[in-house]
Design a protein around this ligand. Structure first.
Ligand SMILES: [Zn+2]
Length: 263
């Protein structure tokens, strides 16, 4: 499949107009014409040297990297830093890179719907809606059909959904059953700032944001930034295979991981 056709389909899956104004999304690295047809695609949360090695060994033509591989404007493209050096290698090997980031956070059935979907059943809406569509925008809030009796049970659900042994928890003084849970994949401090929920679940929040949330009467569960994003790629793989009608082999990176572990 030609890259242009692949990009059109990816843009339809998570429209770029949904991305935050500060973000940098879409096709960020494009080989010159005549472009190699896209036969293999690697899904990753981050573009690291380990992921690049894997992409090279798997002969992929396209890397679908959730976080933007180019964010701050570049004044040069050299190998002076590891990050830029990886981009140079990708250019030389004629590998394209596509980054959906906040477009995929905001779209219905994107990262945040996946994140909240594993915590229970209930009515879901965006915390910051876009275009008047309550199911599109940043963060998600779920009104649980069945209240969860204890915070411990909600912690167990978070761990099970994200495949984690450990999360960090800030408990507020409330001991009532949990009826409303609010989530934001990645760094959720700003989006969750005014969320009225019994529990906030995110990748990371600052010390002061956590203190303020607890004072407002919400428990906080932080899971590590990319641990709240990466699992989505496994649900995306079959969707992309269907989107490309199996014309492209789609793989999820085996080496992409959160840099922080609890020891
Ligand atoms: Zn992130």
């Amino acid at each position: 499949m030609q890259l242009a056709e692949v990009v059109t389909k990816l843009n339809r899956l998570a429209p770029l107009r949904l991305a935050a104004a500060w973000d940098n999304v879409g096709l960020l690295l494009e080989p010159s014409s005549p472009q190699p047809p896209i036969q293999r695609m690697l899904l990753t949360n981050d573009f690291t040297s380990a992921v690049w090695k894997e992409a090279e060994s798997k002969n992929v033509n396209l890397i679908y990297c959730y976080h933007p591989v180019i964010f701050a404007p570049l004044k040069r493209l050299t190998c002076a830093t590891e990050k830029q050096g990886l981009l140079v290698r990708a250019v030389e090997k004629r590998v394209a890179i596509y980054c959906p980031h906040t477009a995929m956070d905001a779209v219905e059935d994107g990262v945040n719907d996946w994140l909240v979907g594993g915590l229970g059943d209930g009515m879901t809406m965006a915390l910051e809606t876009l275009n008047g569509n309550p199911r599109e925008g940043y963060g998600r809030k779920m009104l649980l059909n069945e209240p969860v009796a204890t915070l411990d049970e909600m912690i167990a659900r978070v761990k099970s959904h994200l495949g984690l042994k450990h999360v960090q928890v800030a408990r507020c003084s409330k001991t009532d059953p949990i009826r409303i849970v609010a989530v934001c994949a990645g760094s959720g401090g700003k989006v969750l700032e005014s969320a009225k929920a019994d529990v906030l679940v995110t990748g990371e929040m600052s010390h002061h944001e956590i203190l303020a949330a607890v004072e407002r009467g919400s428990h906080v569960i932080t899971c590590g930034h990319s641990n709240t994003e990466r699992g989505f790629l496994h649900t995306l793989k079959p969707r992309l295979e269907a989107l490309f009608e199996k014309a492209i082999e789609v793989e999820v990176s085996e080496v992409d991981a959160d840099p922080l572990v609890t020891e």
